[in-house]
Design a protein around this ligand. Structure first.
Ligand SMILES: Cc1cc2nc3c(=O)[nH]c(=O)nc-3n(C[C@H](O)[C@H](O)[C@H](O)COP(=O)(O)OP(=O)(O)OC[C@H]3O[C@@H](n4cnc5c(N)ncnc54)[C@H](O)[C@@H]3O)c2cc1C
Length: 247
Protein backbone atom coordinates (compact mmCIF):
# COMPACT_ATOMS: atom_id res chain seq x y z
CA UNK A 1 0.00 0.00 0.00
CA UNK A 2 0.95 3.64 -0.41
CA UNK A 3 -0.39 6.56 1.61
CA UNK A 4 0.23 10.21 0.66
CA UNK A 5 -0.91 13.49 2.17
CA UNK A 6 -2.68 15.14 -0.80
CA UNK A 7 -3.84 18.44 0.71
CA UNK A 8 -4.18 19.84 4.22
CA UNK A 9 -5.12 23.02 6.06
CA UNK A 10 -2.01 25.17 6.34
CA UNK A 11 -0.89 26.10 9.86
CA UNK A 12 -3.45 23.74 11.41
CA UNK A 13 -2.31 24.29 14.98
CA UNK A 14 -2.65 28.07 14.80
CA UNK A 15 -6.23 27.42 13.67
CA UNK A 16 -6.88 25.05 16.59
CA UNK A 17 -5.54 27.69 19.00
CA UNK A 18 -7.59 30.49 17.41
CA UNK A 19 -10.77 28.39 17.71
CA UNK A 20 -10.07 27.48 21.33
CA UNK A 21 -9.07 30.99 22.44
CA UNK A 22 -12.27 32.38 20.88
CA UNK A 23 -14.20 30.51 23.58
CA UNK A 24 -12.53 32.36 26.45
CA UNK A 25 -12.01 35.90 25.12
CA UNK A 26 -14.17 38.96 25.30
CA UNK A 27 -12.49 40.41 22.19
CA UNK A 28 -13.25 39.18 18.67
CA UNK A 29 -10.45 36.86 17.41
CA UNK A 30 -10.99 38.22 13.90
CA UNK A 31 -9.63 41.61 15.04
CA UNK A 32 -6.44 40.33 16.70
CA UNK A 33 -3.02 39.07 15.65
CA UNK A 34 -2.10 35.51 16.62
CA UNK A 35 0.33 36.83 19.24
CA UNK A 36 -2.44 38.96 20.80
CA UNK A 37 -4.81 35.99 20.83
CA UNK A 38 -2.20 33.94 22.70
CA UNK A 39 -1.05 36.65 25.15
CA UNK A 40 -2.44 35.09 28.34
CA UNK A 41 -1.36 31.51 27.52
CA UNK A 42 1.63 30.27 29.51
CA UNK A 43 4.93 30.00 27.62
CA UNK A 44 8.03 32.01 26.67
CA UNK A 45 7.51 31.79 22.90
CA UNK A 46 4.52 31.42 20.56
CA UNK A 47 5.53 27.79 19.98
CA UNK A 48 5.59 27.10 23.72
CA UNK A 49 2.21 28.78 24.18
CA UNK A 50 0.74 26.58 21.42
CA UNK A 51 2.15 23.50 23.15
CA UNK A 52 0.61 24.59 26.45
CA UNK A 53 -2.80 25.27 24.96
CA UNK A 54 -3.01 22.19 22.73
CA UNK A 55 -1.81 19.92 25.57
CA UNK A 56 -4.43 21.45 27.86
CA UNK A 57 -7.24 20.96 25.33
CA UNK A 58 -6.34 17.32 24.70
CA UNK A 59 -5.85 16.61 28.39
CA UNK A 60 -9.28 18.01 29.24
CA UNK A 61 -11.14 16.43 26.31
CA UNK A 62 -11.94 19.82 24.74
CA UNK A 63 -11.94 18.35 21.22
CA UNK A 64 -14.11 20.87 19.31
CA UNK A 65 -11.19 23.08 18.13
CA UNK A 66 -9.59 20.00 16.52
CA UNK A 67 -12.50 19.81 14.07
CA UNK A 68 -11.35 22.92 12.17
CA UNK A 69 -8.20 21.67 10.35
CA UNK A 70 -8.74 19.01 7.71
CA UNK A 71 -6.39 16.70 5.82
CA UNK A 72 -6.88 14.71 2.62
CA UNK A 73 -5.00 11.44 2.11
CA UNK A 74 -4.58 9.36 -1.04
CA UNK A 75 -4.36 5.63 -0.41
CA UNK A 76 -3.22 3.17 -3.05
CA UNK A 77 -3.60 -0.59 -3.11
CA UNK A 78 -5.64 -1.52 -0.05
CA UNK A 79 -8.12 -4.39 -0.22
CA UNK A 80 -11.83 -3.81 -0.56
CA UNK A 81 -12.07 -5.51 2.83
CA UNK A 82 -9.99 -2.74 4.38
CA UNK A 83 -12.07 -0.21 2.44
CA UNK A 84 -15.23 -1.72 4.00
CA UNK A 85 -13.76 -1.13 7.46
CA UNK A 86 -12.54 2.44 7.03
CA UNK A 87 -15.70 3.60 5.24
CA UNK A 88 -17.71 2.76 8.38
CA UNK A 89 -16.42 6.03 9.85
CA UNK A 90 -19.21 8.46 9.09
CA UNK A 91 -17.31 11.71 9.54
CA UNK A 92 -14.69 10.80 6.93
CA UNK A 93 -15.33 11.77 3.28
CA UNK A 94 -14.33 9.34 0.54
CA UNK A 95 -13.72 8.97 -3.15
CA UNK A 96 -13.24 5.35 -4.19
CA UNK A 97 -11.99 4.07 -7.55
CA UNK A 98 -14.97 2.66 -9.43
CA UNK A 99 -15.19 -0.94 -10.59
CA UNK A 100 -18.02 0.08 -12.88
CA UNK A 101 -15.92 2.49 -14.92
CA UNK A 102 -12.48 0.92 -14.46
CA UNK A 103 -12.09 -2.69 -15.62
CA UNK A 104 -9.02 -4.81 -14.99
CA UNK A 105 -8.88 -6.39 -18.44
CA UNK A 106 -5.15 -5.90 -18.97
CA UNK A 107 -3.98 -7.68 -15.81
CA UNK A 108 -2.27 -11.02 -16.44
CA UNK A 109 -4.00 -13.52 -14.09
CA UNK A 110 -0.63 -15.25 -13.56
CA UNK A 111 0.71 -12.00 -12.04
CA UNK A 112 -2.08 -12.01 -9.48
CA UNK A 113 -0.16 -14.82 -7.70
CA UNK A 114 2.75 -12.38 -7.36
CA UNK A 115 0.65 -9.65 -5.71
CA UNK A 116 -0.82 -7.86 -8.74
CA UNK A 117 -4.40 -6.57 -8.27
CA UNK A 118 -5.21 -8.61 -5.14
CA UNK A 119 -3.76 -7.97 -1.66
CA UNK A 120 -2.12 -11.06 -0.17
CA UNK A 121 -2.67 -11.33 3.59
CA UNK A 122 0.45 -12.33 5.57
CA UNK A 123 -1.29 -15.51 6.78
CA UNK A 124 -1.39 -16.81 3.18
CA UNK A 125 2.40 -17.05 3.06
CA UNK A 126 3.64 -16.96 6.66
CA UNK A 127 2.92 -20.22 8.54
CA UNK A 128 3.74 -18.56 11.88
CA UNK A 129 1.31 -15.67 11.43
CA UNK A 130 -1.40 -15.67 14.07
CA UNK A 131 -4.60 -13.76 13.34
CA UNK A 132 -7.91 -13.28 15.07
CA UNK A 133 -10.34 -16.23 15.31
CA UNK A 134 -7.78 -18.58 13.78
CA UNK A 135 -8.73 -22.25 14.16
CA UNK A 136 -5.19 -23.44 14.81
CA UNK A 137 -2.06 -21.54 15.96
CA UNK A 138 0.72 -23.47 14.26
CA UNK A 139 0.72 -25.54 11.09
CA UNK A 140 3.22 -27.86 9.43
CA UNK A 141 5.16 -27.26 6.21
CA UNK A 142 2.69 -29.23 4.07
CA UNK A 143 -0.31 -27.27 5.32
CA UNK A 144 1.55 -23.97 4.85
CA UNK A 145 2.44 -24.86 1.26
CA UNK A 146 -1.11 -25.99 0.55
CA UNK A 147 -2.58 -22.86 2.14
CA UNK A 148 -0.51 -20.61 -0.12
CA UNK A 149 -1.43 -22.70 -3.16
CA UNK A 150 -5.17 -22.69 -2.42
CA UNK A 151 -5.10 -18.91 -1.89
CA UNK A 152 -3.15 -18.22 -5.07
CA UNK A 153 -5.26 -20.62 -7.19
CA UNK A 154 -8.47 -19.01 -5.93
CA UNK A 155 -7.44 -15.41 -6.73
CA UNK A 156 -5.94 -16.34 -10.10
CA UNK A 157 -9.09 -18.27 -11.07
CA UNK A 158 -11.28 -15.39 -9.95
CA UNK A 159 -9.43 -12.89 -12.14
CA UNK A 160 -9.48 -15.33 -15.08
CA UNK A 161 -13.25 -15.78 -14.70
CA UNK A 162 -13.75 -12.00 -14.40
CA UNK A 163 -11.86 -11.36 -17.62
CA UNK A 164 -13.68 -14.17 -19.43
CA UNK A 165 -17.04 -12.67 -18.38
CA UNK A 166 -15.88 -9.28 -19.78
CA UNK A 167 -14.96 -10.99 -23.06
CA UNK A 168 -18.42 -12.61 -23.06
CA UNK A 169 -19.91 -9.12 -23.00
CA UNK A 170 -20.79 -8.81 -19.33
CA UNK A 171 -20.56 -5.22 -18.02
CA UNK A 172 -17.67 -4.60 -15.59
CA UNK A 173 -20.15 -3.59 -12.87
CA UNK A 174 -21.59 -7.14 -12.92
CA UNK A 175 -18.49 -9.16 -13.82
CA UNK A 176 -16.80 -7.72 -10.70
CA UNK A 177 -19.11 -9.85 -8.54
CA UNK A 178 -16.69 -12.78 -8.98
CA UNK A 179 -13.61 -10.82 -7.86
CA UNK A 180 -12.24 -11.46 -4.36
CA UNK A 181 -12.70 -9.08 -1.42
CA UNK A 182 -8.91 -8.70 -1.46
CA UNK A 183 -9.09 -6.84 -4.80
CA UNK A 184 -7.11 -3.62 -4.61
CA UNK A 185 -8.72 -0.22 -4.53
CA UNK A 186 -7.40 3.36 -4.52
CA UNK A 187 -9.12 5.94 -2.36
CA UNK A 188 -8.99 9.61 -1.47
CA UNK A 189 -10.24 10.42 2.02
CA UNK A 190 -10.59 13.58 4.07
CA UNK A 191 -11.07 14.05 7.78
CA UNK A 192 -10.53 16.61 10.48
CA UNK A 193 -7.98 16.24 13.27
CA UNK A 194 -10.52 15.11 15.84
CA UNK A 195 -11.77 12.36 13.53
CA UNK A 196 -8.23 11.34 12.68
CA UNK A 197 -7.58 10.74 16.38
CA UNK A 198 -10.80 8.77 16.67
CA UNK A 199 -9.92 6.61 13.65
CA UNK A 200 -6.49 6.03 15.19
CA UNK A 201 -8.06 5.08 18.54
CA UNK A 202 -10.06 2.36 16.82
CA UNK A 203 -7.90 1.31 13.89
CA UNK A 204 -4.37 1.50 15.26
CA UNK A 205 -5.52 -0.59 18.22
CA UNK A 206 -4.26 -4.11 18.85
CA UNK A 207 -7.61 -5.70 17.97
CA UNK A 208 -7.85 -4.02 14.54
CA UNK A 209 -6.81 -6.05 11.47
CA UNK A 210 -3.18 -5.80 10.22
CA UNK A 211 -4.06 -3.97 7.01
CA UNK A 212 -6.13 -1.12 8.46
CA UNK A 213 -3.59 -0.85 11.30
CA UNK A 214 -0.79 -0.40 8.79
CA UNK A 215 -2.78 2.21 6.86
CA UNK A 216 -3.63 4.07 10.08
CA UNK A 217 -0.01 4.05 11.27
CA UNK A 218 1.05 5.58 7.94
CA UNK A 219 -1.66 8.21 8.23
CA UNK A 220 -0.45 8.98 11.77
CA UNK A 221 3.15 9.42 10.54
CA UNK A 222 1.96 11.95 7.95
CA UNK A 223 -0.30 13.64 10.50
CA UNK A 224 2.64 14.08 12.86
CA UNK A 225 4.56 15.97 10.16
CA UNK A 226 1.53 18.12 9.35
CA UNK A 227 0.26 18.81 12.86
CA UNK A 228 3.25 17.99 15.11
CA UNK A 229 2.28 19.29 18.56
CA UNK A 230 -1.09 17.52 18.47
CA UNK A 231 0.07 14.17 17.15
CA UNK A 232 3.20 14.04 19.31
CA UNK A 233 0.90 14.58 22.30
CA UNK A 234 -1.49 11.96 20.91
CA UNK A 235 1.33 9.44 20.46
CA UNK A 236 2.71 10.03 23.95
CA UNK A 237 -0.42 10.39 26.05
CA UNK A 238 -3.48 9.12 24.19
CA UNK A 239 -2.61 6.30 21.78
CA UNK A 240 -3.68 2.81 22.84
CA UNK A 241 -5.82 4.13 25.68
CA UNK A 242 -9.26 2.68 26.13
CA UNK A 243 -11.41 4.24 23.42
CA UNK A 244 -13.77 6.69 25.01
CA UNK A 245 -16.27 7.11 22.20
CA UNK A 246 -17.06 3.62 21.03
CA UNK A 247 -16.72 0.06 22.36
C1 LIG B 1 -11.99 -4.24 16.01
C2 LIG B 1 -13.29 -3.84 15.36
C3 LIG B 1 -14.21 -4.78 15.01
C4 LIG B 1 -15.42 -4.42 14.41
N1 LIG B 1 -16.32 -5.39 14.05
C5 LIG B 1 -17.49 -5.04 13.48
C6 LIG B 1 -18.46 -6.03 13.09
O1 LIG B 1 -18.24 -7.22 13.26
N2 LIG B 1 -19.60 -5.64 12.49
C7 LIG B 1 -19.87 -4.30 12.28
O2 LIG B 1 -20.95 -3.98 11.76
N3 LIG B 1 -18.99 -3.36 12.62
C8 LIG B 1 -17.81 -3.68 13.20
N4 LIG B 1 -16.91 -2.71 13.53
C9 LIG B 1 -17.23 -1.33 13.19
C10 LIG B 1 -17.68 -0.51 14.43
O3 LIG B 1 -18.78 -1.09 15.06
C11 LIG B 1 -18.04 0.92 14.00
O4 LIG B 1 -19.18 0.92 13.18
C12 LIG B 1 -16.93 1.60 13.20
O5 LIG B 1 -15.69 1.37 13.80
C13 LIG B 1 -17.21 3.11 13.12
O6 LIG B 1 -16.82 3.72 14.33
P1 LIG B 1 -17.80 4.56 15.25
O7 LIG B 1 -18.93 3.74 15.70
O8 LIG B 1 -16.94 5.18 16.30
O9 LIG B 1 -18.45 5.66 14.30
P2 LIG B 1 -17.88 6.89 13.46
O10 LIG B 1 -18.69 6.89 12.23
O11 LIG B 1 -16.40 6.83 13.35
O12 LIG B 1 -18.34 8.13 14.32
C14 LIG B 1 -17.53 8.72 15.35
C15 LIG B 1 -18.36 8.89 16.61
O13 LIG B 1 -19.45 9.75 16.32
C16 LIG B 1 -20.59 9.31 17.09
N5 LIG B 1 -21.67 8.91 16.14
C17 LIG B 1 -21.57 8.83 14.79
N6 LIG B 1 -22.75 8.49 14.26
C18 LIG B 1 -23.59 8.32 15.30
C19 LIG B 1 -24.95 7.95 15.39
N7 LIG B 1 -25.71 7.67 14.32
N8 LIG B 1 -25.51 7.89 16.62
C20 LIG B 1 -24.79 8.18 17.73
N9 LIG B 1 -23.47 8.50 17.71
C21 LIG B 1 -22.90 8.60 16.51
C22 LIG B 1 -20.13 8.14 17.93
O14 LIG B 1 -19.71 8.63 19.18
C23 LIG B 1 -18.95 7.61 17.16
O15 LIG B 1 -18.01 6.91 17.96
C24 LIG B 1 -15.70 -3.05 14.14
C25 LIG B 1 -14.74 -2.09 14.48
C26 LIG B 1 -13.55 -2.45 15.08
C27 LIG B 1 -12.53 -1.39 15.43
Amino acid sequence: MEVELLEATSEPERLICKGARNDYMEEFVGDLSFEEIMTTVEGDSTEEKMETLIGHLLDHGHFGPFEHPQATFAVKGISRSCMGQITRHRHVSFDVRSMRYVSFDDVDPADVREGELVVTPPSATDPDWVGRNQKTGSIGEDEAERREQVFNDAIENAVESYQELLELGMPPEDARFVLPIGTEVNMVMSMNVRMLMHVADMRAAADAQWEIREMTERILDLAEEWCPITFEYYEEHMKNRKNRLAP
